[in-house]
Design a protein around this ligand. Structure first.
Ligand code: ITT
Length: 190
């Protein structure tokens, strides 16, 4: 099955939790270099847009996912704008710096990651949502992971996602929760 993403970290995380018999090919693996459109106003719509675009263009069964960090005190931002929050370059360090600046002096640091997977097959789509609640740190911690991982500590943990191994993050992350539902669906639909 093709995973409609150009983010190698997402591919690594998802491959690590899929059973061996589910082989996933990324856009890089199939030599697809065009950037997928992500022009909608919600995470759900962007996820669908990416999966549908690739599925219809190549006539294949595929899935895509869109993820956002939703910070309560920022009215849900960066949310659907997570990838390019600090500007079109999409540099993670700049995005993190912008969030920390906006959170300067803010007491309520609660936030959540939201992943929406869209499975697109035979012209139809199904979505699966995974949420991970947590808090935004005062400054970045850890060198693993990607994106906003250095400033996000999941509820019940002392470590940021960037201080965890991939296998630890994968135990309860937003992406893992969405993938688990996706796998259940694939099993139940044969
Ligand atoms: P694709 O659209 O090609 O899948 P992308 O990197 O553009 O890749 P998104 O549109 O979903 O992905 O953007 C979400 C951004 O949020 C992404 O660039 C990361 O910086 C960040 N992000 C996504 N998942 C994350 C995670 O598990 N931990 C930390 N940051 C994450």
């Amino acid at each position: 099955m093709i995973f409609a993403t150009s983010n190698a970290h997402k591919v690594d995380e998802i491959r690590a939790v899929l059973p061996e018999r589910v082989a996933v090919q990324s856009l890089k693996d199939i030599g697809f270099t065009e950037e997928l459109p992500e022009t909608m106003g919600t995470i759900e719509e962007n996820s669908l847009q990416k999966a549908q675009y690739l599925g219809e263009k190549l006539g294949v069964t595929c899935f895509a996912e869109d993820t956002g960090l939703e910070i309560m005190e920022l009215d849900g931002r960066p949310g659907v704008y997570s990838a390019r929050y600090a500007g079109p370059g999409g540099v993670a360090e700049d995005n993190v710096r912008k969030v920390l600046a906006e959170m300067d002096g803010v007491a309520d640091r609660s936030a959540r990651f939201k992943t929406v997977i869209t499975y697109f097959s035979g012209g139809k789509s199904v979505q699966f949502t995974g949420l991970c609640e947590g808090n935004i740190l005062l400054s970045p911690k850890g060198n693993d992971g990607f994106g906003y991982d250095p400033i996000f500590v999941p509820e019940g943990c002392n470590l940021s996602f960037a201080e965890m191994r991939l296998s630890e993050k994968n135990q309860f992350s937003h992406r893992r929760k969405a993938v688990d539902q996706f796998l259940e669906y694939l099993k139940s639909s044969g």
